[in-house]
Design a binder for this molecule. Structure first.
Ligand code: AMP
Length: 373
């Protein structure tokens, strides 16, 4: 089955055409909303032209959409119809930058190819198994009932895919796997997995909570916002400050881990501090989630930084001495696209690197949903 995987942003559309494990074509349409590409329909026409050669006369059988927010309703991928599209649209207030773009992508496909099977794969779905003690904030119940204020969690497609990959590497059934998964990209989150299910995760009501990220602060004392509001900061100012100007960028001046690794290696103290803060904060979450899962079988690193920065993995695991978790420098250093063990033989639990692949996960889910009818 040939699947077009679409990740619609407000001004961009990332796509991949897959046939099982093969990537037939991929690309990125940018500047949607500007002169050349007025809307998502125009972007889709460009995708259609770009993939035509690669398809070589064959046709796309189904489309899988990455949808950031599935709210409380969606706990797994679903076949899209008008009612589902409207349900995703109703969640717009919870993901104002992302869900409207996904809806535009879905409607553009429906307009262009009315009979196409479309599947929505939600970033929040894997975390629908969180127990209430993990998803509740200790605020008045009214906030949850009226505004849906609770932990939703994100990166679920990646956490689930990597959790299955880790189970395979350990030789256990996915449903028997207990682990802590650290997805460390420009956005970063850590998930506690018990019996293959998410039981806690560091991102919350929005992707801002939790770890130190590329440009997001992660956890801070909420009173800091109140303090700054009294100093004259508006909601829009705080949004920009915490989502775009904080995290590694706030501490080191850049959100690119490669530059930070290099600068720290050359003795730059701000870069070193950024690494220290981010690794220490992640290590604390790992300790907490090791407890939450009742003893993890493995600690798993994934995504841009998790897969490619031996230094950041070493800095993090350096804080886990109390858990007797240790890396093997010889296994940790080499670069590879393969799932692998990077811990020492004497480590209390293995430390794994399992590359994520959200497009493959979305395509697999799309095939499964379409096949199930
Ligand atoms: P992602 O969002 O998964 O694409 O990850 C992006 C992050 O991965 C950025 O902070 C990159 O700097 C980081 N990254 C990618 N390649 C490397 C590398 N070779 N060494 C260190 N960090 C890397």
């Amino acid at each position: 089955m040939i699947v077009l995987v679409i990740n619609s942003g407000s001004s961009s559309l990332k796509y991949q055409v897959r046939d099982g494990g093969n990537v037939l074509a991929e690309g990125l349409i940018e500047r949607i909303g500007e002169a050349g590409v007025p809307d998502h329909t125009a972007a889709l026409d460009l995708v259609d032209q770009q993939v035509n050669d690669a398809l070589d006369g064959r046709t796309i059988d189904a489309v899988g959409h990455r949808v950031v927010h599935g709210g409380e309703r969606f706990s797994e991928p679903v076949l899209i119809d008008n009612e589902i599209t409207r349900a995703i649209e109703r969640l717009n207030p919870l993901a104002p930058l992302h869900n409207p773009a996904a809806v535009q992508g879905i409607r553009a496909i429906t307009g262009k190819w009315p009979d196409m099977s479309q599947v929505a794969v939600f970033d929040t779905a894997f975390h629908r198994t969180l127990p209430e003690r993990a998803w509740r904030y200790a605020v008045p119940d009214e906030l949850y009932r009226r505004h849906g204020i609770r932990r939703y969690g994100f990166h679920g497609t990646s956490h689930e895919y990597v959790s299955r990959g880790a189970a395979a590497l350990l030789g256990v059934e996915p449903g028997d796997f207990h682990g802590v998964i650290a997805h460390l990209g420009n956005g970063a989150s850590v998930t506690a997995v018990r019996n293959g299910k998410s039981i806690d995760t560091s991102m919350g009501f929005t992707p801002l909570e939790g770890l130190v990220m590329g440009t997001r602060s992660g956890d801070i004392d909420p009173s800091i916002l109140l303090f700054l509001m009294r100093e004259g900061y508006s909601a829009a100012d705080l949004d920009t400050l915490l989502n775009r100007e904080s995290g590694l960028r706030g501490l080191a001046g850049t959100n690119d881990m490669r530059s930070i690794d290099e600068a720290a290696g050359a003795g730059d103290q701000r870069a070193q501090l950024a690494l220290d803060v981010a690794a220490y904060r992640l290590a604390k979450y790992i300790g907490a989630y090791h407890v939450a899962v009742g003893g993890a079988q493995a600690l798993v690193f994934t995504a841009g930084i998790g897969e490619n920065s031996p230094g950041f993995r070493a800095a993090t695991v350096g804080h886990l001495g109390a858990l007797k978790v240790m890396l093997d420098d010889g296994r940790n250093a080499p670069r590879s696209r393969e799932p692998r063990v990077v811990s020492a033989a004497t480590s209390a639990i293995p430390v794994l690197v399992v590359p994520t692949n959200e497009e493959a996960a979305i395509a697999e889910a799309t095939v499964a949903v379409v096949a199930a009818g």
